[in-house]
Design a protein around this ligand. Structure first.
Ligand code: HEC
Length: 462
C-alpha cells in the first residue's frame, strides 16, 4: 500500500527537484568556511531522528540520554565524555559515529549516518559545541521546526496518485492529496477551491476532525522522514508540524471526541498526540514493522493498529496496555477498523482477506470477504464495510456475516484511497492515475469524476 507503482512515470518536476538538489550539494561550501552549524537547526533534528529512540525518556541505552542538551553533554555508562568542545576526535559520541565496526557504531542496528550528517556533528563539536536554544533541559523534540518543503508546482506535468482523500464533515468538500500539497474541491461539481502547499512529498493520510476545525495530514519521504501536520481550517494559519518521525507517517485517526490523534508510521511506532497542542501522550512500541493502519473504537477507549509485521493489535487508549493481538492473516495487515459497538475488529491483509475478530481476545476469526486481487483500502459506511480493490472495484459487505456482495462501483485502474460521508451518503475513491470518482451509496454509478492533479487538462464531469 505504501509503494507507488512504478508504471507511473516519474513526474518531470521530480527530476527538476533532483537537479536542484544536486546543484545545491555542489554549491555547499567546503568544510571550514561554510555557515556555522547550529545546535537547534542542525544537530537536534539529527539526534532526534537517529538516536532518541534508544537514548531518551523511554530507553536510555548505555545509561546515556541525549534527548536534551543537558543529557547529551553528560557521560553515560562508559564515563567517557560524549562531547568535548572543540575536539571531535576526543568526543566519545563522535568516535561512535565513525566507528568502523558496525557492532559498536551508533546508531546501533542501523546504517551509519551519512557523510554529511557526520560532518555536521564534527563541525558543531569543532566550533565549540555551542548551545543556541533557550534552555539546556528543553526536549530536542520541541526544537523541531516545520520542515521547509518545496512549494507545489502550479500545474503538474503528470498526474499524481490520489493516495488520501476525505470529505468535509458536512460532505460539501473533498480534500485530496497532491504533490507537496493538499487540494480542496467542491464535492458536487469537482471545482478546485483551494490549494494548501508546503506539505510532505507523499501524503498517506488526510483526516478531518470529527467535531472541530482541524485537518490532519500525514506523510513524508520514504526512509527519511515523516510528519503529521495540523491545519486549522477556521483561520488562515499555516499547517503546523506536531511530530516528526524518522520514516513516513502512513496513517492517522482522530479519536471520536476529537481531542486526540493516533498516528502510525514506517518507524514501527503508534503515537498518540493531544489536539491541538500536539503533546505526545502515548507511544506504542509493540510492532516490529511499518504501521499501515490505526483506528479508534467508537467510544474512544481502544486503539487498533495494523502492521506489516503480520499482526493487528488492540490497546487501551488511555494507558497503552495491550488488549489483544491478531495473527491469522499470516501476511502484512493493511488496514484496521472497529464495528459500530467497538467489539469487533475488521482487518484487511495482504492475504486478500477481510477478517473480523473479537477485540478483547483476538479470537472468533471470520472471513468477511476473500478476493483474488489486492485489497487496497477499507472504510466504514453506515455500518457496512466498503472494500477498495486493485482492479478498481469497490465492494460493499454487511456486518457481521459479509452478506451483500454488491459491487457499488467498478472503475478502471487501482483504488488508492476510499472514503464515505455519512451526511450525504456519498463514497469517494481516489485512483492511482490521479482521478477521483464520487457516487451515492444508494444509487451507484458515478455522479462525479474529476482529475485531482492540477494539469492543464480541464476536469471532466458526468
Ligand atoms: C537501537 C538502539 C540505539 C540507537 C538508535 C542509538 N544507540 Fe547509542 N547506544 C545503544 C546501546 C545499546 C549502547 C550501549 C552500548 C554498550 O554498552 O556496548 C549505546 C551507547 C551509546 C553511547 C555511549 C554511552 C556511554 O557513555 O556508555 C553513546 C555516546 C551513544 N550510544 C550515542 C548514540 C548516538 C549519537 C546515536 C544516534 C546517532 C545513538 N547512540 C543511537 C543503543 C542505541
Amino acid at each position: 500500500m505504501r509503494s507507488f507503482q512504478s508504471n507511473i512515470p516519474v513526474p518531470h518536476f521530480l527530476s527538476l527537484f533532483a537537479t536542484c538538489f544536486a546543484v545545491s550539494v555542489l554549491a555547499f561550501p567546503s568544510f571550514g568556511e561554510g555557515p556555522s552549524v547550529g545546535f537547534t537547526g542542525d544537530i537536534a533534528p539529527l539526534l532526534q531522528r537517529h538516536c532518541v529512540v534508544c537514548h531518551g525518556p523511554e530507553k536510555s541505552k548505555g545509561h546515556y540520554r541525549l534527548d536534551t542538551f543537558a543529557g547529551l553533554m553528560k557521560p553515560g555508562a562508559s564515563e567517557k565524555s560524549a562531547v568535548v568542545a572543540g575536539k571531535p576526535e576526543a568526543s566519545f559520541l563522535y568516535q561512535l559515529l565513525i566507528e568502523k565496526d558496525s557492532e559498536d557504531r551508533m546508531p546501533q542496528d542501523a546504517a551509519a549516518l551519512s557523510a554529511k550528517e557526520k560532518s555536521l556533528v564534527r563541525s558543531w563539536i569543532l566550533s565549540g559545541a555551542k548551545f543556541d536554544g533557550t534552555s539546556h533541559s528543553t526536549p530536542l523534540s520541541s526544537m523541531l521546526k516545520t520542515p521547509e518543503y518545496p512549494s507545489a508546482p502550479q500545474t503538474y506535468k503528470h498526474n499524481w496518485p490520489v493516495t488520501a482523500l476525505v470529505f468535509s464533515n458536512d460532505g460539501s468538500q473533498l480534500v485530496t492529496s497532491g504533490y507537496h500539497e493538499i487540494l480542496f474541491w467542491r464535492a458536487d461539481t469537482g471545482k478546485l477551491l483551494r490549494r494548501v502547499g508546503a506539505m510532505p512529498e507523499r501524503i498517506h493520510s488526510i483526516t478531518w476532525q470529527p467535531t472541530g476545525n482541524f485537518l490532519a495530514v500525514g506523510g513524508g519521504s520514504p526512509g527519511r522522514s515523516g510528519e503529521i501536520l495540523l491545519l486549522d481550517l477556521s483561520g488562515q494559519s499555516k499547517p503546523r508540524n506536531i511530530a516528526s518521525t524518522s520514516d513516513e507517517v502512513l496513517c492517522a485517526a482522530f479519536s471520536p471526541e476529537s481531542q486526540r490523534i493516533a498516528v502510525g508510521s514506517a518507524d514501527k511506532f503508534v503515537r498518540v498526540f493531544s489536539v491541538p497542542q500536539g503533546r505526545e501522550i502515548l507511544k506504542l512500541e509493540q510492532h516490529s514493522d511499518w504501521v499501515h493502519g490505526v483506528a479508534f473504537s467508537p467510544n474512544g477507549a481502544w486503539i487498533g493498529s495494523a502492521s506489516r509485521d503480520r499482526t493487528a493489535r488492540v490497546y487501551d487508549s488511555t494507558n497503552g496496555a495491550p488488549i489483544s493481538t491478531f495473527r491469522d492473516h499470516n501476511a502484512a495487515v493493511e488496514s484496521v477498523l472497529f464495528n459500530g459497538d467497538g467489539k469487533v475488529v475488521i482487518t484487511a491483509g495482504a492475504d486478500r482477506n477481510v477478517r473480523t475478530w473479537d477485540a478483547i481476545d483476538g479470537e472468533h476469526d471470520r472471513t468477511l470477504a476473500k478476493f483474488d486481487t489486492t485489497i487496497t483500502r477499507i472504510a466504514l459506511s453506515d455500518g457496512k464495510v466498503l472494500i477498495g480493490l486493485a482492479d478498481g472495484r469497490v465492494i460493499l459487505r454487511e456486518l457481521p456475516d459479509g452478506k451483500g456482495a454488491a459491487v457499488t462501483n467498478s472503475i478502471d485502474g487501482r483504488v488508492a484511497s476510499l472514503t464515505f460521508n455519512g451526511a450525504t451518503g456519498r463514497i469517494a475513491a481516489g485512483m492511482h492515475d490521479g482521478r477521483v470518482r464520487v457516487w451515492s451509496i444508494r444509487e451507484g454509478g458515478h455522479d462525479l469524476e474529476f482529475l485531482a492533479s492540477p494539469t492543464s487538462t480541464p476536469s471532466k464531469h458526468r
